[in-house]
Design a protein around this ligand. Structure first.
Ligand SMILES: NC(=O)c1ccc[n+]([C@@H]2O[C@H](COP(=O)([O-])OP(=O)(O)OC[C@H]3O[C@@H](n4cnc5c(N)ncnc54)[C@H](O)[C@@H]3O)[C@@H](O)[C@H]2O)c1
Length: 419
């Protein structure tokens, strides 16, 4: 942001599913509110950007809004890849403005590094990166330059998570002992662009979505994960590539508690609801047990439409989630985003704006450290246990589920448990 009174430009790198359903609607809304400036979106090729442009839900919710596309221009071959274009796009963004990183998991690191090199605050989708030392490097470089990096672990902004965190930290839920969480995405994800990148070599279902519940347990309890084992079943995508599309993880915590997390692309496309997800924590009080039970899929809403919608996985009988992300009529032109997916991105972008507006480097650093300490916003400094879990999980899954232990402190890292 070159002039302090000007709303900062937002440069989104990645124009896929999450950009269309969660990031762009919030960014359009904040732009409409005068809080954000111009919007640029860079994808690997022009095709996904053309799709975002003609997205009916975005057009209805945010009439007249748009973005500058990279690659752009009517003549560009829609499928031609431009794998390094993001570097030019980030270099052209005003210093101190905001970048949003929404590329496949294994590309987060080089893209975030390029953001920092160009003095941009960053809102990154989860997982921040796949290696702990990369998270540390990002934390140090960002603080050095007075830039905020926030990670969109949006379940943190679900009111039920904030309620559980408050009750746990007030001592009302005792000590976490055992937990079970699951997040199964719909089968039809196999037909999407996922099959091109979420392969055994790069990621797996635990890395992709299991991290949400690991982060949530840490967010609620304040405990750190200390050991991970992940058993994965490799399955073929329609394009013949293999991915660990079914995973079962066990995460041990510093107080000896155990959380099991099941993840897959195995929730039936024909089933109601966008996915199947939830979490139970069994806890130990002084005189009785304590319990946290979150049904994160079925939230009390049943609709039976006259016909299924046109998107993959749409069903005539549906159990829509009113809490994650909705774009609703609240009067005025267009529609207004609501839900924890919106609140999370809004919180991060506003935090970037606040750090940007803090002015002098020392004041920006002070504010960044405050966000690190508060622990509501996931930052590289306060949530890099997630990278250790991802690293441990990848090591474990590639070794058939062997247990990997996590070491914290100066020589933080992961290694197979020795017996
Ligand atoms: N629940 C969640 O928090 C959640 C949900 C979905 C996705 N995500 C995360 O969002 C990220 C993207 O997921 P998605 O579902 O949108 O994937 P996607 O495959 O639909 O989209 C990926 C996008 O990245 C772009 N891209 C790839 N390489 C690029 C490059 N070199 N330069 C510029 N753009 C490039 C592609 O063109 C595409 O638009 C992943 O890290 C994923 O884990 C998070």
């Amino acid at each position: 942001m070159s002039e302090s009174n000007k709303a900062p430009q937002v440069t989104i790198i990645g124009g896929g599913m999450i950009t269309g359903v969660q990031l762009l609607p919030t960014i359009y809304h904040l732009q409409r509110e005068g809080l954000l400036g111009d919007i640029h979106v860079c994808a690997l090729a022009a095709a996904p950007l053309a799709q975002l442009r003609k997205d009916a839900a975005l057009a209805r919710g945010f009439p007249g809004r748009g973005f500058t596309a990279h690659p752009g221009g009517a003549k560009v071959n829609q499928r031609r890849p431009f794998p390094s274009l993001y570097k030019e796009v980030l270099a052209a963004a005003p210093k101190g403005s905001i970048a949003v990183v929404a590329v496949p998991d294994h590309l987060h690191y080089p893209v975030i590094k390029a953001c920092l090199r160009n003095d941009l605050h960053v809102c990154a989708v989860k997982p921040l990166v796949l290696k702990h030392e990369q998270a540390q490097e990002i934390a140090e470089e960002a603080l050095d330059r007075g830039l905020l990096v926030g990670v969109d672990y949006h379940k943190r902004f679900d009111h039920r998570s904030l309620m559980a965190r408050k009750a746990y930290r007030d001592g009302r839920l005792g000590q976490f002992r055992l937990g079970q969480a699951h997040l199964h995405e719909k089968w039809h994800y196999r037909d999407s662009n996922f099959q091109n990148w979420c392969t055994c070599q790069h990621s797996d279902m635990f890395t992709y979505v299991g991290c949400h519940y690991v982060d949530l347990v840490a967010f609620i309890t304040g405990l750190k994960p200390v050991a991970v084992s992940v058993y994965g079943i490799a399955d073929k995508y329609p394009n013949g590539r293999e991915g660990f599309l079914w995973t079962d993880a066990r995460v041990i915590w510093e107080n000896g508690a155990a959380l099991s997390v099941a993840n897959s692309l195995g929730y039936p496309s024909a089933a109601a609801g966008a996915n199947s997800q939830g979490m139970t924590l069994w806890c130990q009080g002084e005189k009785d047990a304590a319990l946290v039970f979150h049904s994160d899929q079925y939230r009390g809403v049943k609709h039976s439409y006259t016909a299924a919608g046109g998107e993959p996985g749409d069903t005539a009988y549906a159990e829509p989630n009113p809490d994650y992300y909705q774009i609703l009529d609240q009067g005025g032109p267009g529609l207004v985003p609501a839900g924890y997916g919106h609140r999370s991105v809004e919180f991060i972008l506003n935090a970037c704006r606040k750090v940007g507006a803090a002015g002098a480097l020392k004041d920006r650093r002070k504010l960044i450290r405050q966000y690190d300490r508060d622990g509501i916003l996931a930052t590289p400094a306060n949530s890099s246990y997630n990278e250790l879990v991802v690293e441990a999980g990848r090591k474990s899954i590639l070794a058939g589920g062997r247990e990997v232990v996590i070491q914290y402190g100066k020589n933080a890292g992961v290694r197979f448990r020795e017996w």
